[in-house]
Design a protein around this ligand. Structure first.
Ligand code: SAM
Length: 319
């Protein structure tokens, strides 16, 4: 059986498949003349998964077809691609700044096909723990081994469902609760129920020594306003119809739990002694000169990028 046979990489029902979609976009960005990020390993995953909608995204064929059919829809697609590129850059910068500040353990919750452990210029003695579903990590590591990619930090895989007791698995894998950590939560939260999201952050908080840092992509509550989700779904359907290469395009929001309002992640962290800031996806796009064209409706993905640092005991006493 081929390594990829147990996945339907374009399925709307398989959350593992979403990891390939993000990798395909990073591979597409890497092909650009002036890329914001370079992830040369991302294309290995796309190739290993075979020809499908994601290989069409990486090659640029899907965008080109859509642009000929409907330039407005193409601009909308471009905004989604730019969001992934700017988001990747954001998390890259966050984690390298944490390493520069002396943090030596990085925990990527729902690492998917993220290749930061392989591609970033890490200082010495960094350990990157990657947590995700077993089948995702299995596909990822088999593909990277086949591509003869070597990690640039100590890489520790922790195959686990993040709704289960992942702290135990992380501790067994060597995580040190007495040392600060950098936590990355990118492209995960909307897949979790509200209760699972709260539990995830409770656990991050419990495992964090002072000076730990977290970066998380949270769902912007604006998206839950009446009509937004329906407009998003209608636009995706128009894309599928307009471009044959996008006929199998899945809708990630079908896997999101949109049933209840979520805690505001920045507020939640602040109440527990973390301090930081929030950027909207639109602000992040503007920072990198990638804003969607003015007047393009619902162009910006519904994301908030939250970063925070846990106070030291001293901060807490003085604050
Ligand atoms: N963070 C990666 C990135 O940005 O490239 C992957 C993002 S991908 C959109 C979502 C990831 O969340 C998938 O790899 C999926 O397997 C993982 N995921 C979702 N729910 C999960 C759960 N309950 N336990 C473990 N992983 C989960």
């Amino acid at each position: 059986m081929a390594r990829t046979d147990n996945h339907t990489w374009t399925s709307t029902k398989d959350v593992a498949a979403t990891a390939l979609g993000v990798a395909a976009v990073r591979a597409a960005e890497t092909r650009n003349e002036d890329p914001l990020i370079r992830d040369p390993l991302a294309k290995l995953f796309v190739e290993a998964a075979g020809q499908n909608v994601w290989s069409m995204v990486t090659s640029g064929a899907a965008y080109d077809e859509l642009r000929s059919a409907d330039p407005e829809l193409a601009a909308s697609m471009q905004a989604s691609l730019d969001h992934i590129a700017t988001r990747t850059k954001f998390f890259d910068e966050f984690v390298l700044a944490a390493a520069d500040a002396g943090i030596r353990q990085v925990v990527i919750l729902a690492a998917g096909l993220d290749t930061r452990a392989w591609r970033l210029p890490w200082p010495d003695a960094i350990t990157v723990y990657e947590l995700d579903q077993p089948e995702v990590l299995e596909f990822k590591l088999a593909t990277l081994r086949e591509g003869e990619a070597l990690p640039a930090a100590t890489h520790v895989e922790v195959p686990v469902d993040l709704r289960d007791d992942w702290p135990q698995a992380l501790l067994r894998a060597g995580f040190d609760v007495t040392a600060p950590a950098a936590w990355l939560v990118e492209g995960l939260l909307p897949f979790l129920s509200v209760a699972s999201q709260d539990l995830l952050f409770e656990r991050v908080h419990e495992l964090s020594a002072p000076n730990s840092r977290v970066a998380a992509e949270a769902l912007d509550g604006e998206f839950l306003k009446p009509g937004s989700v329906a407009r998003h779904r209608a636009r995706l359907q128009r894309m599928r119809t307009a471009a044959a290469t996008l006929a199998e395009l899945s809708d990630v929001t079908e896997l999101w739990d949109l049933s209840e309002d979520r805690a505001d992640v920045a507020d939640w962290l602040r109440e527990r002694g973390w301090h930081g800031s929030v950027l909207t996806a639109a602000q992040l796009l503007a920072r990198h000169d990638r804003s969607a064209p003015a007047g393009l409706a619902d162009a910006t993905p519904p994301s908030l990028l939250v970063t925070a640092r846990l106070d030291t005991g001293d901060d807490r006493q003085s604050g």
